[in-house]
Design a protein around this ligand. Structure first.
Ligand code: NDP
Ligand code: OAA
Length: 269
């Protein structure tokens, strides 16, 4: 590790975590991946790069003093890992943002961050335009709508299976339309983005989310429209799914790489 490498750690080593590590290595980012946190008894889905430690409890991770920890594990991982890290003054970026729709958990995390002067970071994940939406929300917003369109295979293993015959769909079908908080609660593997657009804009109750299964879709599409005192915005993303998890998009890994590289760079962009 050179004197300038930013020490980081990941929680989770699945589709996004391993992709982020590969991209950072390919790009020779000035970053040192110290460790990967996994739950007790978890077996690695793919080998860790040489020199990267596997840890199974937050105390072992805190002892390594990473400057930034990125959660790419799952909703259940957020409370047990992020809280002690924030209490220890370590910045944490959360990808499983569906966890943040629980107001008590969000309060605990932000309370811990406030006390230790660390930061809880919500990266844009699979989305873009979140900077504009969050800026626009400094003035009153009238409405925000977020449509999530994914191929049927991306909705397998979710409650969509009980609402639709996913394998028999012949046209794009909306199976959920409602508040963002409900979308993120019911679809934690596919609608983390609903929590992100809601937290950036007009909140979990007032943001409308539509979840759509489309047999013609080859990508994961997000369309966000917002109107308010600032004017009107529309942002559309056709995200390539990750090879190892069709529910998750390449953009999620790329936006984490951007976040990490910005933390290690004299130019933030
Ligand atoms: N913010 C956004 O825009 C997006 C967020 N996501 C979210 O990011 C997270 C990661 O996605 P992805 O990489 O595709 O998921 P994967 O299922 O491919 O990988 C998850 C990894 O986390 C580990 N893990 C699961 N639960 C825990 C836990 N409680 N503690 C520690 N490690 C755990 C898994 O290990 P094991 O083998 O033990 O299960 C595995 O290594 C998911 O929550 C996903 O919904 C995804 C896309 C977009
Ligand atoms: O990657 C995506 O398109 C979004 C996603 O899965 C999520 O929000 O959980």
């Amino acid at each position: 590790m050179s004197g300038f490498d930013l020490p980081i750690a990941l929680i989770g080593w699945g589709a996004i975590g391993s992709r982020v590590a590969d991209l950072l290595a390919e790009r020779r980012a000035p970053v040192k991946l110290l460790a990967v946190g996994l739950r007790q008894g978890s077996s690695l889905r793919s080998p860790l790069p040489r020199g990267v430690e596997q840890v199974s409890d937050p105390a072992s991770l805190i002892a390594l003093r990473p400057a930034l920890v990125i959660e790419v594990a799952g909703r259940a991982a957020v409370d047990p890992w992020a809280l002690p890290l924030l209490e220890a003054g370590i910045d944490v970026a959360v990808s499983s943002t569906s966890a943040l729709v629980d107001p008590a958990l969000l309060d605990r995390l932000t309370g811990a961050a406030r006390m230790s002067r660390a930061q809880l970071i919500v990266p844009p994940g699979a989305l873009g335009g979140i900077d504009a939406l969050a800026a626009a929300a400094r003035l009153p917003l009238d409405r925000v709508r977020h449509e999530v369109v994914k191929p049927p295979r991306a909705w397998k293993g979710t409650p969509a299976e009980t609402l639709l015959k996913l394998d028999a769909l012949t046209e794009a079908t909306t199976f959920f339309e409602g508040p963002a908080g409900q979308a993120a609660t019911d679809f934690p593997q596919n609608a983390n983005v609903a929590a992100i657009s809601a937290l950036a804009g007009i909140g979990l109750d007032r943001t409308t989310v539509a979840l759509i299964a489309d047999p013609e879709a080859a990508v994961n599409r997000h369309r966000i429209t917002a109107e308010g005192a600032f004017g009107r915005m529309e942002a559309v993303f056709d995200n390539r799914p990750l090879a190892t998890n069709p529910k998750s998009s390449e953009m999620t890994a790329l936006s984490l790489v951007r976040l990490i590289e910005n933390r290690a760079s004299p130019l933030v962009i």
